[in-house]
Design a protein around this ligand. Sequence first.
Ligand SMILES: NC(=O)c1ccc[n+]([C@@H]2O[C@H](COP(=O)([O-])OP(=O)(O)OC[C@H]3O[C@@H](n4cnc5c(N)ncnc54)[C@H](OP(=O)(O)O)[C@@H]3O)[C@@H](O)[C@H]2O)c1
Length: 291
Amino acid sequence: MKYTASSLVKNKFMILGCGFSGSFFAKTIRQLGCTALTSSRSENKDPNSFVFNSEKSVVPNEKIFDGITHILSCIPPDKNGRDPVLGSLKNKLKNLSLEWVGYLSTTGVYGNTKGNWVSETDKANPFHNRSQRRLNCEKEWIESGLPVQIFRLPGIYGPGRSTFEAIKNKKIRVISKKNQVFSRIHVADITNAIIYLLDNKNSLKFHQIINIADDEPCSQLEVIQYCYDLLGLKMPKPILFEDAKEELSPMAQSFWMENRKVSNKLLCETLGYKLIYKNYKKGLKNCFLSS
Ligand SMILES: NC(=O)c1ccc[n+]([C@@H]2O[C@H](COP(=O)([O-])OP(=O)(O)OC[C@H]3O[C@@H](n4cnc5c(N)ncnc54)[C@H](OP(=O)(O)O)[C@@H]3O)[C@@H](O)[C@H]2O)c1
């Protein structure tokens, strides 16, 4: 889907935390003719990049903020559950004439729904400590008084970061757990959904919290099988979760402790966004062809 995004060209974006999602957003918004400055924790050669590292108290100088109208924060919570951006830059941001602030959050805040659908109107019910920390950050952003919009994201994948890399790097674990599903989102749909919302903001009702997820949550096994099929390789025999559990890292184990389907009805039905990759097959085909 192509957007003219003519209403956005005059804006100046600052993307805080230019990792996987942030760099995709920056690249796309620049292709539309917008200015985008990006942060990382260490120096790099990109003239549009600056250093921001809350852990080392390295903050950008005043001039970097000149004319910024839009901010997208892709930085996770710190270990105490505080938001690194608000902890270091809140006063600075409050003195700017910001039209919009986007914050990338996670659907982990919904906790375990035992495989049921969950939407923005459901109360957050974090199960893991990290999800509680994330909910704290969402709260901090909402209470900041900034014009913030929060995007709750499930597992993010895209070219360069998908099951294909796990297979190539021999990091894949083929695990089966009955009735377990995961939601996902292709990185291009995070960017394009946000651009769609910004480009149409005068005609759409503003929603502060929006899920960005694809249409078809499914098992991890289906996804892995599909990747092996595209690669023309035979998938190893799946191991039952109960048998594999002990060998998994605590982080890997924790992902299997929650089971939910994330609804995108607000974004895709009420607000009218059309997904580029409505399911893992379409999204992974794109990753396969881009590699
Ligand atoms: N990965 C997933 O599947 C997933 C799912 C749902 C939600 N999320 C969340 O969505 C957001 C974007 O995800 P992503 O996978 O695109 O992120 P990512 O690639 O891990 O990028 C995170 C960015 O945050 C920066 N950063 C981290 N700590 C910082 C600090 N203390 N001070 C300044 N900058 C800091 C990193 O800097 P450097 O560039 O210097 O490393 C990096 O640019 C994150 O908040 C993530 O937790 C991720």
